[in-house]
Design a protein around this ligand. Structure first.
Ligand code: FCB
Length: 447
């Protein structure tokens, strides 16, 4: 469907190519050097919630192996590396004393990136909230907002002069809905009202922290990362079209319009009934802070249905190991839609902060990992992003999720998203075919 011969030169010269990870998924060292526990450390101990009953205590041992891992990143020839800070590593309790040893790790990491010519793209919250804050109510509690602002300012004070970009939160929808409504992610709460209040506090802490970091003089680009999908009807029925409108209102518009327009879509607010969040005067203005970028994580499209949930496998479509349809056209559609509907609301330049696919990879007898489906997935999505740019959308960068196979949350280590294979018994890293292809793509060599 797309131009499979897409080359780097088709993109602007200053387009940022990168790879992404997050702290909890790769670092391990769960209580090394003064790190406090996070809600994901706790959640992993709940029987039955992680598919393979694993946890993040060891993960990819990135805390020890960071220098080799950065060498690997640099060897790909990317421009940038997206990583996250583990809040409880740098502030065990999420308030009060900061942990020097924890900050020393991220100082080494950021300096290590700069030494290798990599632009650091920092995320402040990739879900691992300090357990001590959860004990006081976590993101449902308004006091967590100020704790986050204090933490963000300290990170900006120490690292803000060296990082290219600071993202406040990764995927507020996942934190709110999967963490607090369906409860399949940490902290495992099941209440829609709580989820909506959590989202509100995430938006508020996003806006307040950006304002505070900028007031301190931090010059890094600042924004947030949303997981967004185009939502389409499972069938042509009126009921399914209505289901699309609802899902789009609750999952896309609620998030985008809070941040860009400073208001929740009125119709969906009304429909929320008694679940609406407590909003204090000034909140909506505070969360609508001008952003330097909006990060988009895209994996697949969503099919909404008024009846039984749509079964993606029924249509004979290609799916990944997560059961997610491979649908590159979806990223073009999503980017065009954001541009069409929100350019007038000050939509900032977009960055694809995550895109990638899980497949059940193994190391073959020849020592290679033949992950052609992932290679094709990336190639087609590069072309699909390019198509949106050709039609006028400003996209400034693209990060592959993920550098390494890692702890895939409730799926544990069973799902492999890396372009680099990790043998968890030996911690050996092996570049998959997709990584070699990405490297060649970045070198401008034909595939
Ligand atoms: C996103 C997360 C990331 C990873 C991918 C597969 O929702 O941000 O950590 O788990 O999905």
């Amino acid at each position: 469907m797309f131009n499979a011969d897409i080359s780097r030169t088709a993109f602007p010269a200053n387009f940022i190519w990168g790879v992404a990870t997050s702290a909890f998924q790769i670092e391990g060292a769960a209580d090394a050097d003064g790190k406090g526990p996070s809600i994901w450390d706790d959640f992993c101990r709940v029987p039955g919630v992680i598919a393979d009953a694993s946890d993040g205590r060891q993960a990819c041992e990135h805390y020890q192996r960071w220098a080799d891992d950065l060498d690997l990143v640099a060897s790909l020839g990317v421009d940038a590396y997206r990583f996250s800070i583990s809040w409880p590593r740098v502030q065990a309790l999420g308030s009060g004393a900061f942990n020097e040893a924890g900050f020393a790790f991220y100082e080494r990491l950021v300096d290590g990136m700069l030494a290798r010519g990599l632009k650091p793209f920092l995320t402040l919250n990739h879900w691992d909230l300090p357990s001590a804050l959860q004990a006081k109510g976590g993101w449902e509690d308004r006091d967590t907002v100020q704790c986050f602002v204090d933490y963000a300012c300290e990170v900006a004070r120490r690292l803000g002069d060296r990082v290219a970009s600071i993202c406040t939160h990764n995927e507020p929808w996942v934190i709110a809905v999967l963490g607090h409504e369906s409860g399949i992610f940490a902290p495992g709460i099941k209440s829609r009202a709580v989820a909506i209040q959590v989202a509100h506090h995430l938006f508020l802490s996003h806006g307040l922290s950006i304002t505070a970091m900028r007031a301190q003089g931090c010059k890094a680009d600042m924004g947030i990362v949303l997981n967004l999908s185009p939502i389409e009807p499972a069938t042509d029925s009126d009921a399914d079209r209505e289901a699309v409108r609802q899902a789009d209102g609750n999952d896309l518009r609620w998030y985008v319009e809070a941040l860009l327009c400073g208001e929740y879509p009125a119709e969906f607010w009304t429909a929320m009934g008694t679940d609406v969040p407590t909003v204090l005067p000034g909140d909506m203005q505070a969360m609508r802070v001008p952003m330097d970028f909006l990060g988009i994580n895209y994996y697949t499209r969503v099919k909404a249905s008024a009846g039984a949930p749509y079964d993606v496998k029924s249509g004979g479509l290609e799916v990944t190991d997560m059961g997610w349809e491979v649908y590159p056209q979806g990223i073009t559609n999503l980017l065009l839609r954001l541009h069409r509907d929100y350019a007038a609301n000050g939509l900032p330049p977009l960055i694809i902060t995550e895109n990638g696919a899980a497949f059940a990879d193994t190391v073959s007898a020849d020592g290679q990992v033949h992950d052609e489906p992932r290679l094709r997935y990336l190639q087609d999505h590069f072309a699909a992003v390019h198509e949106a740019m050709r039609q006028g959308v400003q996209v400034d960068g693209y990060f592959v999720w993920s550098l390494l196979d890692n702890f895939e949350w409730a799926s544990g280590y069973e799902k492999r998203f890396g372009i680099v294979h990790v043998d968890y018994a030996t911690q050996q890293r092996t570049l998959k075919q997709s990584a070699l292809w990405y490297r060649d793509f970045l070198r401008g060599q034909p595939s």
